[in-house]
Design a protein around this ligand. Structure first.
Ligand code: SAM
Ligand code: SF4
Length: 343
């Protein structure tokens, strides 16, 4: 493993960051690559135009920028993508950021992964300082899984999940609910989570980037998706928050906690505490807006000094809410896919 060296990041701002609407911003999602080894139908088109490599921040640059964000008051970082584990030398970044968990400067470092390469990386993730991860799994049926991911092999993900468990990582499964695609998979996936000691978060499909499927056909409000769960279990709302947008429920007769991410049917923007750094060096203050500030040029010209002013500008412009619309014929809210901003 190559060591990414820490740099002097300047004084921490004790009061942390607040946006123009007074919301505390202490959570950073980093999309470490826009590339992926799968092509999930709700996320990507079959043929994707990925960013040229020269436009991508190096892992060292990502680590230095993230360190400046930590100095400004970020307490949690989630690494995402694209598929983070397809980025070569990803371990270097995991160790560089994990150091801040070990020092107490960060409360948590986590990641979201599709799990295809988890079997090889699970122990490294734990060693680097991660304690919980989210793994996407939209079906336990190999054929449905292959259909949704356009060719993904379910067995690889299940091996990866077994390795994560063996390495001591807490796992939460992310499942995007899709009408007439995986509706009947909700109970099997829930039972699998119970058996494995995993949490389960259901997600409504969001209109980000053009995809071949019509999202209005596939959109399944979670109130409908959880109907079979409610037939078997009582849902008990919990106060628990994990820094993300999910609302959590305990289920009668089950250990598994159920999370619901309902950006369409129940907007979660009032509590938004997040900003997003893309692999291209842009800060997006909202998943559902095109507005961004471009850190890469400022950082390359002025070093960390260039980051602060842009960070302040980004905070001032964070919108109050997204305006997702999955009505038939509506354009996606953004041209970029979730894989660019980091889900
Ligand atoms: N490749 C990794 C994975 O799939 O877990 C990380 C990146 S992926 C963009 C992060 C999460 O976003 C996944 O759980 C995925 O299911 C979800 N996602 C992607 N596109 C989405 C969309 N249009 N609407 C809702 N969720 C989406
Ligand atoms: Fe890749 Fe994740 Fe998007 Fe699926 S959801 S295509 S695994 S980035």
């Amino acid at each position: 493993m190559r060591m990414i060296n820490a740099i002097e990041t300047g004084p921490a701002t004790a009061s942390g960051m607040r946006d123009g609407h007074g919301r505390r911003i202490d959570y950073l999602r980093i999309s470490v690559t826009d590339r992926c080894d799968l092509r999930c139908r709700y996320c990507m088109d079959e043929v994707m135009q990925f960013l040229p490599r020269r436009e991508i921040l190096t892992l060292e640059e990502i680590a230095i920028i993230a360190e400046r964000f930590i100095a400004r008051g970020i307490r949690r970082i989630r690494l995402s993508g694209g598929e983070p584990l397809v980025r070569r030398d990803f371990a270097d970044l995991a160790y560089a950021l994990g150091r801040h968990v070990k020092s107490g400067a960060l409360d948590e470092l986590t990641m979201t992964t599709n799990g295809t390469q988890l079997a090889r990386h699970a122990e490294m993730l734990f060693d680097a300082g991660m304690r919980r991860i989210n793994v996407s799994l939209d079906s336990l049926d190999p054929a449905i899984f292959a259909h949704i991911t356009r060719g993904g092999e379910l067995a690889k993900v299940l091996d990866g999940l077994a390795a994560a468990r063996a390495a001591g990582l807490k796992v939460k499964i992310n499942m995007v609910a899709l009408r007439n695609v995986n509706e009947d998979q909700v109970l099997p996936v829930l039972d699998y989570c119970e058996e494995q000691g995993f949490g389960l978060t259901l997600i409504e499909t969001m209109p980000l980037g053009e995809v071949a499927d019509d999202r209005s056909d596939r959109f399944l409000p979670l109130i409908e998706a959880i109907a079979p769960i409610r037939e078997r279990h009582d849902l008990i709302p919990l106060d628990e928050r994990t820094g993300g947008p999910a609302r959590y429920f305990a289920l009668s007769d089950m250990q598994t906690r159920l999370g619901l991410i309902t950006p369409l049917s129940h907007n979660f923007c009032a509590d938004c505490n997040r900003m997003r750094l893309t692999c291209q060096g842009r800060i997006y203050m909202c998943l559902g807006h095109e507005d961004h500030v471009d850190l890469k040029a400022a950082f390359r010209e002025q070093g960390v000094a260039g980051i602060d002013a842009l960070l302040d500008r980004a905070l001032a412009t964070k919108p109050i809410a997204h305006q997702f619309n999955v009505a038939r014929g509506a354009s996606p809210s953004t041209r970029r896919h979730m894989s660019v901003t980091g889900g």
